[in-house]
Design a protein around this ligand. Sequence first.
Ligand SMILES: Nc1ncnc2c1ncn2[C@@H]1O[C@H](COP(=O)(O)OP(=O)(O)O)[C@@H](O)[C@H]1O
Ligand SMILES: O=P(O)(O)OC[C@H]1O[C@](O)(COP(=O)(O)O)[C@@H](O)[C@@H]1O
Ligand SMILES: [Mg+2]
Length: 489
Amino acid sequence: MASTDEDREFNGKSKDAWNVQHIDLVFDSNSDRTMFPNPLSQRPNTPLCWFVDGDDAVAADVQVDTEGVSSEGIKIKAEAFPLAGPRLNIAFDPQKSIAAVVTCGGLCPGLNTVVREIVMCLRRQYGVPTIYGIPFGYRGFQDRPSWIKLDEKKVRNFHNMGGSFLGSSRGGHDTNAIVDALVEAGINLLFVTGGDGTLRGAAKIAEEIQSRGIEIAVAVIPKTIDNDIPLIDRTFGFESAVDAARRAIDVAVTEAQGFPLGLGVVKVMGRHSGFIAMHATLGSRVVDLCLVPEVDFYLDGEGGIVDHLANRLLENGNAIVVIAEGAGQDLMATLGSNGVTKRDASGNIILDDVGPWLIQQLEPRLNEKVKGKTPFNDQIKFKYVDPSYMVRGIPPSTNDNNFCTQLAHNAVHGAMAGMTSFLVASVNTRGCYLPIDLIANKQNVIDTSNQSLWSYVIFDTHQPTFTQQDDCQRRSDSRMTASGGVIIG
Ligand SMILES: Nc1ncnc2c1ncn2[C@@H]1O[C@H](COP(=O)(O)OP(=O)(O)O)[C@@H](O)[C@H]1O
Ligand SMILES: O=P(O)(O)OC[C@H]1O[C@](O)(COP(=O)(O)O)[C@@H](O)[C@@H]1O
Ligand SMILES: [Mg+2]
């Protein structure tokens, strides 16, 4: 709610010290446009404090450089994002609004909950009469007869289902055809849920809408089990995937411990970011080696993984390796791959399968190292577990389910208020709105500099760090900040 400038002071910074990210609006903010009262405010006993004041924002970084504020004035503007939630005045007449919702990219636990809650919030809190579910991702816009009318009854049990009731797809994005379809159907509220590729697609749709001078709000609810979207606390579905990955590690542990010199190898999803591997490793606590795309590793010699695993096998009688699918791709190429880069329909590189490759590399090397060192002269027993889609095609955890509700409702509130080209997220535990452009070409990666979760992986596994002083500098240069992130593509 409204507060004084003094109230807004934060660690010595006045209001002028904040750079609150601007979210585009579907209308010209200088015009005398008639706004509509939020139907929520018309309900008896709705307190005013439920509504977000236009000035409320969420600090992008809660760790403050106190030297950044000098006694003469402000040197550094702190980044902030508009707080999410219902606004008292909204841009669209809900009764005349038509919404569409689409799920794109890889499947993810929680997609159905997001769709359910978008529908529930649009219908129950705003009274929007018509909501279309677009089947099979972006390409579904071009097949109008297949659109599905969604209402409370239809989506009621969605939250218990894995996958996407609407279906999803890779590829098939045609900006002009999508905008034509939106205009033809009279849609003014578009809700898109998907990952980094989907975000880039949504940015193009919003740009085309703006260039045509039409009023359609584009809201994105970021999804991906890989958690590779920068700046935000986490993506929905990530936590559910980590739990499933940890259960796969438990299976590998059981198998590896059941045989002399058992070596469990678990490969989990994560093409550019190893968050699932890292979090599941930490959750398991009995992993001896965790390999992620962010950290290059080598096999032989001092500090290599072969010596480390041989030592662990001889010490404990067994060992566990967790590897993210995107790890070791450069090393595989060096040691010989077919050299052909294959891509999926969205343009994502199809990675070489690192799990079997790693076992193939380790087997002769480790057998050589342990030769004659056990009473029965045992060979290594590899126990390979690839949970594959089992970390993804599952219903969301309770926590993810609740998170999806918060994201979906906030997406609806933002779009109804007339915001566009934004994504809804949690930053420092608060729901807020971020401009798509800020995120679209950046990637969230594990921070491998000292004070991060990665240091606990090194501590827990005793694995080689594969880090030189130069790497620390390189990594700290590319660390996430509100305007930072690792640029991709
Ligand atoms: N640069 C881009 N411009 C327009 N559309 C894109 C772009 N990148 C991806 N898309 C579209 O976004 C959708 C999802 O992308 P994809 O990379 O498969 O999954 P995710 O969104 O989960 O990363 C696909 O329909 C794809 O065609
Ligand atoms: O088999 P698919 O559908 O191409 O998906 C595989 C990829 O999808 C993911 O699960 C998630 O990626 P996206 O978020 O880009 O969809 C990756 O971890 C994995 O590499
Ligand atoms: Mg992606």
